[in-house]
Design a protein around this ligand. Structure first.
Ligand code: ATP
Length: 513
């Protein structure tokens, strides 16, 4: 646990030190759970957004994009169920005065049991070596079977109580499991209460005529209310999807996990409109497809897992999360939800406008069903950033800090150094930059010894460093150094573009899907 906390602290301080993420309003002591993306962070975020957009919109001829406004008619949130049901169960600890999400307290308890299972698996894998069969071990080792059963029973009960809005039972569960406040160790809890997560605001100049609005808590509703407009103007036939990226706002009860849980964040969502009755097959399709997208970034299969929901949101008939191994354990990174015709039917009811599709093959009208994929851009940022940050022991006994970002997403693709600040080397380095900058984000650095400049770029996540020396003036070659292997090679300046391109080209990465 302490190690996990250290790793997470290192991630947060590295993000600040290298210009990725700053606390919002820092000079005024910050605003809780709100963050700003700095020079490198803004680039990384933009690259992740583009990687998603290309995979979803550009490469699927049946998915189109949308950019809906954040302000929407307030009745939308009544129709969608958010006014009545977008709540989290909160609980306060009477001694520490700290507020928690009751469901998260229980889930964290279960995560500890899962941690014990993982430990047993690791131990056994070591003991049995190559002969180890994980599946068999999980189903036959009595201790592990008992742990798993305990975890399942707890999650089932939590799911059921939340679904039935039985908040007394949620509190009973916390007490039966003897869950203590992580800060004070106290088990002195208040009752569990519901808390609505939407931020309210006002539209209009004068107080008496101003209209109450909400800041959208998800981007999806902008897609639902535009469904017919887009379908008609794009002449899309079902099945088809609408994708968008944009800000969402939630007044989260507990927001102590850096950019994992923010009050203002960005979502990348795609709603896929389908024929009723086909939802199971599309749900499975999008689960598999989204996992492939994640794996294409090469961050290790072991770091992802599916988690099927016991408790379904008010709109869903099936839901799963893609979970990622964050520095604080496996947590939700993306949700895949089968939303039935809930949203479109509700908007039809509340607006009085038909939101139906005429299926020419079936020769009938119907309200389409929807399967959605919903990922938090900031959470994806944290997944990539935390997984990429490593301390490496080198052969000479020293260590280096390196941010092994997937090269396709790195903010800066190459740094160009003149070996010394004279003899025409800076001029040649700048000439190279002039040529490369049309294709890639590149930077110039002439400060300090080359070794220190390498380290700086390692920590920055830059995949290539290019050094211009005296030989470069004579034969138009430079040294190119690869971030991950630290290998250096002498190459012709004219070949630089194709060498970098091969490693950072989005097409090559997306083709791994
Ligand atoms: P959680 O259970 O963690 O609160 P959720 O199930 O409410 O998440 P969804 O409503 O399914 O989340 O939202 C889809 C995605 O949006 C999530 O998978 C996550 O990546 C992202 N997301 C949701 N809430 C936040 C937040 N407060 N800060 C950052 N990202 C968020």
């Amino acid at each position: 646990m302490a190690k996990q906390e250290d790793t997470f602290k290192r991630v947060i301080s590295h993000a600040k030190e290298y210009g990725y993420v700053f606390q919002s309003s820092e000079i005024y002591d910050g605003l809780s759970a709100v963050y700003d993306y700095a020079q490198n962070g803004a680039e990384l975020k933009k690259n992740i957004r583009e990687y998603w957009w290309r995979a979803m919109v550009q490469l699927n001829d049946n998915i189109v994009g949308l950019d809906a406004a954040i302000f929407m008619h307030p009745t939308i949130w009544k129709a969608s169920g958010h006014v009545d049901a977008f709540n989290d169960p909160l609980i306060d600890n009477k001694d520490s005065k700290k507020r928690y999400r009751a469901d998260v307290l229980v889930e964290d308890y279960v995560a500890k049991i899962e941690g014990k299972i993982e430990k047993e698996v690791k131990k056994a894998a070591k003991r049995f070596g190559e002969a180890f069969n994980k599946e068999e071990f999980l189903s036959t080792n009595q201790r592990v079977v008992d742990y798993q059963e305990k975890a399942n029973t707890i999650l089932k009960r939590l799911g059921k109580s939340l679904e039935n809005e039985d908040l007394t039972d949620v509190k009973n569960l916390i007490e039966e499991l003897e869950i203590a406040c992580p800060l004070s160790g106290s088990k002195n809890w208040t009752d569990v209460k519901q808390f609505n997560l939407m931020f309210g605001t006002k539209l209009g100049a004068s107080a008496d005529t101003a209209m109450d609005l909400y800041l959208r808590p998800e981007t999806a509703q902008g897609i639902f209310v535009n469904f017919l407009n887009v379908q008609k103007t794009s002449r899309m036939k079902i099945p088809f999807g609408i994708a968008q990226t944009g800000k969402a706002f939630r007044n989260e009860i507990v927001a102590r996990q850096f950019i994992f849980r923010m009050r203002e964040f960005e979502q990348m969502e795609m709603q896929f409109f389908i024929k009723p009755g086909t939802q199971k097959e599309w749900y499975e399709h999008w689960k598999a497809h989204r996992m492939k997208w994640h794996l294409s970034l090469g961050m290790g299969e072991d770091n992802y897992r599916f988690h099927d929901h016991e408790k379904l949101a008010h709109y869903a008939d099936a839901a799963a999360d893609i979970e990622f191994r964050f520095p604080f354990g496996f947590k939700e990174l993306e949700g895949i939800h089968s939303r039935t015709d809930f949203d479109l039917s509700k908007h039809q009811e509340f607006s009085g406008k038909k939101l139906q599709y005429f299926d020419t093959e079936e020769n009938k009208n119907y309200v389409p069903y929807v399967v959605e994929t919903s990922i938090g851009l900031d959470r994806m940022f944290l997944a990539i950033f935390s997984n990429s940050l490593v301390e490496e022991e080198l052969e000479n006994g020293s260590t280096r800090t390196v941010l092994k970002l997937p090269a396709v997403l790195a903010p800066t693709k190459a740094a160009i150094f003149p070996l010394v600040k004279k003899d025409g080397l800076p001029e040649l380095a700048k000439e190279i930059i002039e040529d490369l900058k049309w294709d890639f984000n590149v930077l110039y650095d002439q400060k300090d010894a080359v070794g220190r400049r390498y380290r700086r770029q390692d920590a920055n996540g830059t995949p290539f460093c290019i050094t211009v020396d005296h030989q470069s003036l004579e034969d138009k070659t430079v040294t190119i150094r690869h971030r991950d292997t630290m290998q250096q090679e002498r190459v012709a300046i004219v070949d630089l573009k194709s060498i970098i391109h091969k490693e950072v080209d989005m097409k090559t990465w997306l083709q791994k899907m």
